[in-house]
Every structure is written in C-alpha cells, then in structure tokens.
Design a protein. Structure first.
Length: 264
C-alpha cells in the first residue's frame, strides 16, 4: 500500500513538473511569436517608407519645350533639324541621357521619320539650369513640311549624383573666314585645382523670343589645372541650317563644362 502510494506520489510529481515545464515553454513560445510579429510589423513599415521615398525620388521635376523644328533641302533629299529645351525645375541634378528619340508624325499620327542618335548639351544640368537635346540634320521623306508634320520627342532624363563643373570663358568673338563661314572663338580657363580629361565648350544661338535655333560645340582635351586654352567653334550652320554667318540670330551664350561621357 505504502509502496503504491509512493509510486502514485512520484507519478503526480513527475506530471506536475512536466505540466509546469510545458506551460513555461508554451509561454516562451507565445512571447517569441509576439516578438516576431512586432518585428514583421516594423519591417513592413520600413518597407512601405522605402517604397514611398523611392516613388517620390523617381518623380523628376523638369519642363521641356520644342524650341526649333524645320525641314529643308539636303544633298540627297530633305533634312530636318530640331532642338528641345529642357529646364530643371527641381532640386536634383539631371542627366540628359543618350536614349532620347525624335519621331516625326504626319497629321494622322503615322510615323514618317525617326532619329535615335541625338546630341545633348550639357549632359548634366543643375537646379534652375537649361539643357538642349537636338539633332544635326536628319533625313526625312521628300514632300514632308513643317505644316503637314509634327515633332514628337521622347526624352531620356534621369537624376544623377554627378555635379557639373564649369570653366571660365573669356575673350569671345564671332569671326568670319574668307569663305564667309562663321566661327566663335575665345579662351577657356581651368580655374579648379584638378586636371580634366575633356571639356565641352558649347555655343547656343537664340532668336528674338529667346528660343534656341542653333547649337554648336567643340572639345578641349587634357585640360590642366590653371591652364588657359583657346577654342574655335565652327558654327556656319550650327545644328539646324540657320545661317549664323548672316546674323540670323538675336543673341548667343557660350559656356564650358566638364564632359561626363554620358555615363550609366
């Protein structure tokens, strides 16, 4: 009897210990699950914030307009020239990419010409600055005119962390050679403490409405710190068949900026 009671007491003690351990373990699991739930909620909140911030940063603030579009005779048919002005209205630096496209459509919206090899100056524009995407005399069908076609630009513009570096321009003048062709000559000075592999010296010509009607540029290579170099921009026809030599412009501006080689 006593022996059986001892056995019963031992079984009860073992059961009590098991139940206590199980309860304690279950409570620990519940606490761990609660902690995991809180961590998941926190991670979800951080994910939503990151997505929101990413969406906001992907919205670029800029405006664009067609400054120039014209069709004119070429050596083997007809050509068109076009300039699109891009104004940086935001706080980001903007890269004018090389994947912009100029399509030409007829009045019914049918594609009759396209140009996918465009130039842009400068390649990076800061807040409040203006850049230009343009084509240099592209082919178009005979019979097309500016009255029966329209320019449809698709612009490749993205934010960048690259900061433009400008160089000092001086002693600028518009000259004409013995053949009657114009050049814009002047000097550029590297006022920084660093050498630069290549610098883009850019001339933009404007009409009476201050819209760009021609763009031309040249490069200064291996530009040493403190160095002053001369430049010569050939601009008889610029980019759009406007005869700069005959003074078919109202004013112009010249600036020099580090070339970023259309990085990706």
């Amino acid at each position: 009897m006593v022996k059986n009671m001892k056995k019963a007491f031992l079984c009860i003690t073992l059961l009590t210990n098991v139940l206590f351990a199980t309860t304690a373990y279950s409570g620990d699991v519940v606490d761990r699950i609660s902690d995991i739930d809180q961590q998941i909620a926190q991670l979800q909140s951080e994910k939503e914030n990151l997505l929101q911030n990413s969406t906001e940063s992907d919205t670029l603030n800029y405006s664009s307009q067609i400054d120039f579009y014209d069709i004119f005779p070429g050596g083997m048919g007809q050509l068109f020239g076009a300039i699109v002005e891009v104004n940086n209205t935001g706080d980001d630096y903007l890269y004018l990419g090389k994947d912009s496209i100029f399509d030409i459509e007829d009045k019914d919206g049918h594609l009759i010409a396209t140009e996918q090899y465009l130039d842009n100056v400068p390649d990076i524009i800061g807040p409040g600055e203006t850049g230009y995407i343009y084509t240099s005399l592209s082919n178009i069908d005979v019979g097309a005119t500016t009255s029966n076609t329209k320019l449809v630009p698709t612009l490749d513009i993205e934010a960048t962390d690259k900061v433009p570096i400008d160089y000092q321009i001086s002693d600028v003048s518009l000259t004409k050679d013995s053949y009657g062709y114009s050049s814009l000559i002047g000097r550029v000075t590297n006022v920084t403490d660093e050498d630069d592999a290549s610098v883009d010296v850019i001339a933009v010509f404007f009409d009476d409405d201050n819209e760009a009607i021609s763009v031309a540029d040249t490069y200064v290579m291996d530009f040493k710190a403190g160095e002053t170099r001369s430049f010569d921009i050939q601009c008889a026809l610029g980019s759009t068949n406007i005869d700069i030599s005959n003074g078919e412009f109202s004013n112009y501006k010249v600036f020099a900026r580090k070339l970023f080689y259309h990085y990706r």
